[in-house]
Design a protein around this ligand. Structure first.
Ligand SMILES: Cc1ncc(COP(=O)(O)O)c(C=O)c1O
Length: 429
């Protein structure tokens, strides 16, 4: 058994000053029945905990680390920027350059606002949609995650944290009135809501690849259908590309699936490991944001120069390596083949979903394609699996409903090591 004495000790101390000892509920390892590890450092594809254990990391700071941890170019960009001060809360050239670059690689984003987190960006995009359309309601999808703002969290039955069903969540019931929920990959459910609420829906907010139900790709025609329904009814289509942006391709899921949203929300990879969020889209819609329009949005850390520098360097590296996404696809496909082969060899019922370097492994009798099938995942088995893999030095997402990620730092040698660990685990399964 790996030693976790120091982690346990720190958790114990932390629990007296931080709720649950963690600064984000998803770090508590609730779905895998164990205590979280305290991380000491991260580099390339590796994490080290405070007890000296080293892991191959497939969590990637929840998808941020496309280029691996502590990328030297990004660290240098942050160091260089920090010599000019750490924040001005005033316009700076770095934010302009990042905005121009986003607009170039994601043509639907004609104008963009840079903020400090995905949550903040989604919250702002929804307010903007309401301001622009003068309509109150939004549609999201069961089990999809868009941050914890009341507007998008009031009805969200998140499998990894199903609190919205319980009392005492702190979200007033009034939010539920204007928050409608459809089923991911079920166009009929969206049609029904549009029919039931004519001229009332401001926006449909969707993760183009559902990354919080495992990793579920959109069914053929689903995103196109939602696009058409929005266009037909005057509602805006908001793609939450906080996870998929710069991940599934440089231009995000909208490029991969060739569907153009009205507004896009970005985060994670865009910050090169520092806090960031962004929302942008059609020029006429973005003009509704203050000071050009009435939709207020401000932020002391918006356009923070360190995050801008890290984001610029991240995009520069991605754009310099022409084969980056092809290579990531190849290594991710290889990992999928290796793991699936091991499952098949042992007759283990497991389904691996994958979109580029996003993937999930579900112990389930049927493929996971929507919310209903995601509820059928054998969570107990995943917890056993997670813990056994951790023992073997592989750090996976601590929930069967969270997506795992490869980075450019995951070499073929590491994939083979992962397969060997997997084989060892399955032998005792
Ligand atoms: C799709 C999606 N939207 C929004 C968010 C919230 O982003 P943040 O954690 O930066 O607030 C997340 C975070 O996991 C996400 O995956």
């Amino acid at each position: 058994m790996r030693r976790t004495t120091r982690s346990n000790r720190l958790l114990h101390r932390a629990q007296s000053v931080i709720p649950g000892g963690v600064n984000s509920a998803d770090r508590a390892f609730r779905d895998v029945a164990r205590s979280p590890l305290f991380i000491r450092k991260a580099s390339a594809a590796f994490l080290w905990d405070v007890d000296g254990n080293k892991f191959i990391d497939y969590s990637g700071a929840r998808g941020q680390m496309l280029l691996g941890h502590a990328n030297p170019g990004i660290l240098k960009a942050i160091r260089t920027a920090s010599k000019q001060g750490t924040n001005y809360a005033a316009p700076c050239e770095l934010e302009l350059r990042l905005a121009e670059l986003i607009s170039r690689v994601m043509p639907s984003v004609e104008m963009v606002r840079l903020v400090s987190s995905g949550t903040e960006a989604v919250m702002s995009a929804v307010r903007l949609a309401r301001a622009f359309t003068s309509r109150p309601k939004i549609i999201t999808f069961e089990g999809c995650y868009h941050g914890h703002a009341d507007t998008v969290a009031s009805r969200q039955p998140l499998l990894a944290a199903p609190q919205p069903h319980r009392k005492g969540t702190g979200i007033p019931d009034s939010f539920r009135v204007d928050h409608l929920v459809a089923s991911f990959n079920d166009l009929g459910s969206v049609e029904t809501l549009f029919r039931e609420h004519p001229n009332a829906i401001a926006a449909v907010v969707v993760e183009p690849v559902a990354a919080h139900l495992g990793c579920i790709p959109p069914a053929p025609g689903f995103l196109e259908g939602v696009r058409a329904l929005c266009a037909g009814s005057g509602a805006l289509l908001i793609f939450d590309e906080v996870t998929t942006g710069f991940r599934v391709s440089l231009g995000g899921a909208q490029e991969l699936y060739d569907v153009k949203p009205d507004l896009t929300v970005l985060g994670k990879i865009l910050g090169g490991g520092l806090s960031i969020g962004a929302y942008g889209g059609r020029r006429d819609i973005m003009h509704a944001v203050a000071p050009t329009g009435p939709m207020e949005q401000t932020g002391s850390f918006s356009g923070n120069p360190l995050a801008m520098a890290a984001g610029l360097e991240t995009l520069r590296i991605i754009m310099t390596h022409k084969l980056l996404y092809r290579r990531l696809e190849e290594s991710s496909a290889r990992l999928q083949a290796l793991l699936q082969e091991e499952c098949d060899r042992r007759g283990i019922r497991a389904h691996m979903n994958r979109v580029g370097s996003m993937w999930s492994l579900a112990f389930s009798s049927s493929p996971v394609t929507d919310y209903a099938s995601a509820t059928r995942i054998d969570t107990h088995r995943y917890a056993q699996f997670f813990n056994a893999m951790l023992e073997q030095g592989i750090y996976l997402p601590a929930s069967p409903w969270e997506t795992a990620f490869l980075s450019t730092a995951h070499t073929l040698r590491l994939l083979d090591r992962t397969r060997n660990a997997f084989r060892g685990v399955l032998q005792r399964f």
